[in-house]
Design a protein around this ligand. Structure first.
Ligand SMILES: [Zn+2]
Length: 86
């Protein structure tokens, strides 16, 4: 498990994890295979498609969770810039 650091602005909210949250994005076939492999081998790590967001970016990120992280990321960044939250 990765510490709570925003995937967009890198804000570290470890001291107060409740100010942000995680979003589970749609998995690409490669990401799904990676997660299955990790599970099968009982590996510890951060599963693909699961990202942390600070309070500013969480709401925007939620809107794109039907996309894969690779597709969603540029859209979240674009929306953040448009709404001037960075
Ligand atoms: Zn952020």
């Amino acid at each position: 498990m990765r510490p709570p650091i925003c995937a967009i602005c890198r804000k570290d909210f470890r001291e107060d994890p409740k100010t942000g949250g995680r979003v589970r994005f749609k998995l690409s076939p490669e990401e799904r295979a990676f997660n299955d492999r990790m599970k099968a081998n009982r590996m510890v790590g951060h599963p693909k498609g699961l990202e942390w967001f600070c309070s500013k970016h969480l709401e925007i990120a939620e809107q794109y969770k039907q996309l894969s992280w690779a597709e969603a990321r540029p859209k979240i960044i674009e929306d953040s810039e448009n709404t001037d939250v960075i």
